[in-house]
Design a protein around this ligand. Structure first.
Ligand code: ASP
Length: 361
């Protein structure tokens, strides 16, 4: 047999062999890197859903201008669609959460990234966290300063902690150094500070600040998503609370308090007076009630926001979703910036307490 014929026989054999192999599953990188407890085998036709918030607080029509309201609704819609597009394209819930939060981190209307609140010393310190409901993996950064330039997208830094470090949370200069080694984008300090936040900070520091209203605008951002593989994820990003003490860290970067995700129950992102959310482990408590008491998402979220938190005197709210794509957005303040696209593709955007919070209500 000539070597040419031998080559053709081998090649034909290989082609036939490979044609008989079942098609390799298209695994996303997250799934490839870690076992996914509770994850579906993955139907491409499965429904996706996303819910986001841009903070809760003393949000009333009287305190709002038409321009500001239009800007907020526009930014919520843009963020929602950015996340939903990723889900529709088959990306993971983690990727969708990051995409939605990045839009709000860039939007000056919200207290995250650009537009973050100032601490008592007059500079910005950023917190963010992210959790994967399929693997239980989580990452967070806390107290990352923008004084000498800051991390433009803190949620990406939280993601890098989750995927590229053995840790869950990095803080301060260590978080900034880690973000640098990860090649994340930094941007000059002035970019973060808006006139609106500067005024809010001055009000909070001045005699007028007997008025605690500005301190009760919790414009932290968050997102929760369900992807085509039936996996949940949650993320939260914030500048914390206006005029906070230098070094203060709230609930947003704390897994279990401001962010939690578990495919076995639900995924949650919180906004409000962080100290109360930490003390009452709010995000985890909602998921734990579902898991251990067997109650619905709505009931679990309601018990914590309107029961536990109200009894304790804590203001705020959450967005939450279970694996069936049910959405809950309870809050005990006058309003909460919130938006969702449910598994039927129905979109809602709402601000005030008297607006319909979600289509399933
Ligand atoms: N929960 C955040 C914190 O306490 C504030 C907010 O929700 O806007 O830092």
């Amino acid at each position: 047999m000539t070597s040419l014929i031998r080559f053709s026989i081998i090649t034909t054999g290989l082609i036939l062999l490979s044609a008989c192999q079942p098609e390799a599953p298209v695994a996303n990188t997250d799934q490839a890197s870690a076992p996914r407890a509770n994850s579906n085998t993955g139907s491409d036709n499965a429904s996706v859903a996303i819910v986001i918030h841009g903070g809760a607080g003393t949000i009333t029509r009287e305190a709002m201008t038409p321009d500001r309201e239009a800007a907020i609704r526009g930014a919520l819609e843009q963020a929602l669609k950015a996340g939903h597009d990723r889900l529709s394209a088959g990306d993971t819930s983690i990727e969708a959460v990051i995409a939605a939060i990045n839009v709000m981190e860039d939007a000056p209307e919200f207290n995250a990234g650009r537009g973050a609140v100032l601490n008592h010393e007059g500079f910005v310190e950023l917190d963010a966290s992210l959790m994967d409901g399929a693997t239980g993996q989580a990452g967070a950064i806390a107290g990352a300063s923008t004084q000498d330039g800051g991390i433009r997208y803190p949620i990406r830094a939280a993601h890098a902690v989750m995927t590229d470090s053995p840790h869950v949370m990095l803080s301060g200069a260590g978080a900034e150094a880690f973000a640098t080694t990860q090649g994340l984008e930094f941007i000059e300090s002035d970019w973060f500070i808006t006139d609106f936040r500067y005024q809010q900070w001055e009000d909070a520091r001045s005699a007028r600040a007997g008025n605690t209203d500005t301190a009760r605008w919790y414009s932290t951002v968050g997102a929760v998503a369900l992807d085509q593989n039936g996996n949940l994820a949650a993320g939260t990003s914030t500048g914390g609370m206006t005029n906070k003490r230098f070094g203060r860290i709230g609930d947003s970067p704390i897994i279990g308090a401001g962010t939690y995700a578990d495919n076995a129950s639900c995924a949650v992102s919180a906004t409000g007076h962080g100290e109360f959310f930490i003390r009452h482990v709010v995000a985890y408590d909602i998921c734990a009630r579902m898991r251990h008491k067997g109650v619905s998402l709505d009931q679990a979220a309601d018990e914590v926001i309107h029961g536990v938190l109200v009894d304790a005197g804590g203001d705020g709210g959450v967005i939450a979703m279970d694996r069936q794509g049910h959405i809950a957005m309870p809050f005990n303040t006058e309003g909460m910036y919130r938006a969702s696209i449910d598994t039927n593709g129905q979109m809602t955007i709402a601000i005030y307490g008297d607006e319909v919070a979600n289509p399933s209500e």
